[in-house]
Design a protein around this ligand. Structure first.
Ligand code: HEM
Length: 418
């Protein structure tokens, strides 16, 4: 049995087939390649220093002599190549490594199709999410997780152990039906980021248009030469606080929903459900927008840009001046500048802890209570710091205008969270 499992077959000599063979050989497996034209293929593989001594045989022989066979073929060829040998597959483990060619809803995965044409074999879906580049290069970037799906537990465990031997991390995702999901996985481009990026872009664009209208058309506050940092910093900072609120509002709405429904077990409305799922990505985007704002603000930190943050220096020059006068100018910050800066720094620090904790390598080390503490309490503290940062800047303007009442609402939401 030991020898049987160390010997595997690979049908197909395309890029994926060859990469698999190399990786299996380096992992200590004895590999037999199965091809429709074994003689031609043998000549071709002779040019590859790593593959020139690997045995190439007919597909028939490859199936007969191996218990575990990797099928590295296009799905369109399954019928013509494999179905003629269907009886020989009795009790064998077939590893399907193929992918879909188009991102579309599918009713049958390639692996399920393979299982339907060779019903006596145990078909396992695996390795389709690993690129040939990662298979061939130990130091290459890219995920080292191998998703494994199949209906037979023994076959799943056998393939998991091979994946482990090959230096990958097997992730058991269940029955063969789950192949429908992972066959599309490699075709999707950051699917969870699309909506949060659209929201962030929309929020930023709306604020940018408003700020350009207000400062250039309505008020003529700035020159166009200030657009790159001084003006752009404004939509950045207001977008940061808008996105931060959009990250934490759904949690509060969910809490209100549960209180009103009187139960924790009722499903949230679809929109709220989807919004809750966007929080992680929205939070990370918010962090970067706030970081850009912080860097831009630090660049401009001078009395020329922020008059109310620095003490003004008054110089009186006597009229009957007969000799040179020397003034040393040391413009210090006002309490407002110092306090607003402090809260800005506190906001960006807590926000960075939140962003770092969303990385899987850090998140995995936290237990559920710690994770909730960071994401919920620390998240809300971040929002409070950001509001203090803005509020300090807005004093005394907001107090005289009565805007302060909005904070009653914040305290109410905060109490709901705690
Ligand atoms: C090192 C950290 C930070 C510094 C030095 C800083 C500094 C500043 C400065 C100088 C302004 C005035 C900008 C202007 O009027 O053009 C400002 C505004 C603002 N900042 Fe920050 N900030 C920091 C971090 C943050 C963070 C993390 C947030 C997160 C949301 C934030 C949110 C805001 C908001 C919303 C405004 C607009 C206030 C208003 O227009 O009334 N800041 N900040």
């Amino acid at each position: 049995m030991e020898n049987e499992t160390r010997c595997v077959g690979v049908i197909g000599t395309g890029n994926m087939g060859r990469a698999l063979v190399k990786r299996l050989i380096f992992s200590g497996y004895q590999v037999l390649i199965g091809s429709r034209q074994p003689d031609d293929r043998r000549k071709l593989l002779n040019d590859d220093v790593y593959l020139n001594d690997v045995e190439v045989t007919s597909i028939d022989q490859c199936i007969e002599r191996n218990q575990i066979i990797f099928v590295a073929l296009h799905m369109e060829s399954y019928q013509s190549i494999l179905v003629v040998n269907t009886d020989k597959f009795q009790g064998k483990i077939l590893v399907d490594v193929s992918n879909q060619t188009k991102l579309q809803q599918i009713n049958l995965s390639n692996a399920e199709y393979l299982s339907s044409i060779v019903p006596h074999a145990y078909v396992i879906k695996a390795f389709n999410t690993v690129s040939t580049f990662v298979l061939e290069n130990d130091v290459a970037g890219g995920s080292r997780r191998v998703f494994i799906a199949g209906d037979n537990q023994f076959a799943r465990e056998t393939v998991s152990s091979i994946a482990r031997d090959m230096g990958f991390e097997p992730v058991n995702i269940g029955a063969l039906r789950a192949a429908r999901k992972i066959e599309l996985y490699v075709l999707s481009l950051f699917p969870q980021w699309k909506m949060p990026l659209i929201i962030a872009f929309t929020v930023f664009t709306l604020w940018l248009l408003y700020i350009i209208y207000y400062n250039f058309i309505d008020q003529k506050n700035f020159g166009w030469h200030q657009i790159f940092i001084c003006v752009l910093n404004k939509p950045m900072c207001v977008s940061a606080i808008t996105l931060l609120s959009l990250t934490y509002i759904p949690g509060s709405l969910a809490a209100i929903y549960q209180i009103v429904s009187g139960t924790k077990y009722r499903r949230f409305p679809v929109l709220l459900d989807r919004w809750l799922l966007l929080r992680k990505q929205l939070g990370v985007i918010t962090f970067y927008v706030a970081l850009i704002h912080s860097l831009m603000s630090i660049l401009m930190m001078s009395p020329s840009y922020y008059k109310s943050w620095f003490r003004s220096t008054e110089i009186i020059i006597p009229q009957n001046l007969t000799k040179d006068l020397h003034f040393s100018m040391k413009t210090m910050m006002t309490w407002k500048g110092e306090a607003a800066s402090l809260f800005g720094i506190l906001t960006i620090i807590t926000m960075s802890i939140l962003a770092v904790s969303t990385a899987p390598s850090i998140g995995d080390t936290l237990n559920w209570r710690e994770w909730r503490f960071v994401q919920s309490k620390l998240g809300f503290l971040t929002l409070v710091f950001a509001v203090c940062h803005v509020f300090i800047m807005a004093t005394p303007h907001w107090i005289t205008r009565g805007f302060v009442k909005i904070f009653y609402f914040f305290f109410w939401i905060f109490r709901l969270q705690v």
